[in-house]
Structure formats: structure tokens, C-alpha cells
Design a protein around this ligand. Structure first.
Ligand SMILES: [Zn+2]
Length: 183
């Protein structure tokens, strides 16, 4: 494969028919097969092309099935990494993000941690709805208190994502996926 044919976009987000809820992250090959079989339609292009001897395919970034398929709703296993990715490394208390300048330091992934909204000492568990990404400063400030007791407010309500697989894929996927994956 020449450098001009290198695939920048190697995975495609597959949405369900009609509802456009995310189903899976699939290979470009599988996505193209679904399109060629007229089982799916292109929702977003990646801007990349796949060239074969005879053809040139526009590589999709997001595709949707033509028909709705019934899939059981699966819930994600909780993980620290999953929480950070779900929250896009954004502090739930102050809104600091990757690259934010805080106290003279540009925040990197290592500067974010998991905050238990109801502290573990008060019975708070490792669940998607009780944990969120927080910067070290806010995590330290809140300590072992409830947000209200620390005078801190949640900027959003932490939610349980559909699947941990999609959450992790989102963290490494293109920005175009984000609007289709509601977490
Ligand atoms: Zn913060």
C-alpha cells in the first residue's frame, strides 16, 4: 500500500436504522460491504479514500443500517479509564480540560482523576453515576465531603454509558463520532 492509500480512518461507527443509536465500531472493509450490499447508508464521510484496482471508495466515518434491528441494551462495566473517557478528561467541578492552564501548569491526562461524588467513606460506590472525572485540585479540595458540603457543584449529571466498548472507542475515535454517541 502506498503512502497515499494509507488508511487514516481505519474504523467506522455503525448506527442502528431509524433511531441512529450506536451499535458497534466496525472495520472499513465490513462497512464497505454493508454499503455495497445496500444494507447501510453513509452518514458521515471520513474524507479518506480506499483505492482498489478497479474502484475508488470514499471511506465513511459513520454509517447507519437501512433497517432497525432489535438489540438488547447492554450496560457498560465501570472502569476508571472508562469514566475519564466518558467525561472527555473534563473536570466535573471546574470544567478544566486537557490543555487547560491551571496554576501555571498545562493539564495532561495524568492530572485528572476519578472523583466519587458520594465519597467511599460515606458508602459511595464505583458506579458510573457516582463517579466523574475531576482535576487533582478539585478532587483535593472536595476531599471526603459531599459536593454540597464542599461548596462544589456538578456541571453535569454522570450517566451510565451504553457499552464500555463504545466509550473506549470514542476516546480514540474521530470527533465526528461524538455527536452520535450519547452517553
Ligand atoms: Zn477541577
Amino acid at each position: 500500500m502506498s503512502s497515499s492509500a494509507m488508511l487514516v480512518q481505519s474504523r467506522v461507527l455503525l448506527l442502528n436504522g431509524s433511531t441512529w443509536e450506536p451499535l458497534a465500531v466496525i472495520s472499513v472493509q465490513r462497512a464497505i460491504n454493508l454499503l455495497l450490499d445496500e444494507k447501510a447508508v453513509v452518514v458521515e464521510e471520513s474524507g479518506e479514500f480506499l483505492r482498489t484496482v478497479r474502484d475508488k471508495f470514499s471511506i465513511p466515518s459513520v454509517i447507519a443500517l437501512r433497517r432497525y434491528i432489535n438489540v438488547p441494551r447492554r450496560h457498560a462495566h465501570w472502569s476508571r479509564k472508562g469514566v475519564l473517557v466518558r467525561d472527555n478528561y473534563t473536570c466535573i467541578y471546574c470544567g478544566a480540560q486537557l490543555g487547560t492552564l491551571q496554576r501555571g501548569k498545562v493539564l495532561a491526562k495524568a492530572d485528572f482523576t476519578i472523583d466519587h461524588i458520594v465519597p467511599r467513606s460515606k458508602g459511595g460506590r464505583d458506579t458510573w453515576t457516582n463517579t466523574a472525572c475531576a482535576c487533582s485540585a478539585c478532587n483535593h479540595k472536595k476531599g471526603d465531603r459531599m459536593p454540597n458540603d464542599a461548596g462544589m457543584r456538578l456541571r453535569w449529571e454522570p450517566k451510565t454509558p451504553r457499552t464500555s466498548y463504545l466509550v473506549i472507542a470514542l476516546g480514540t475515535g474521530p470527533a465526528t463520532w461524538k455527536r452520535y454517541v450519547e452517553i
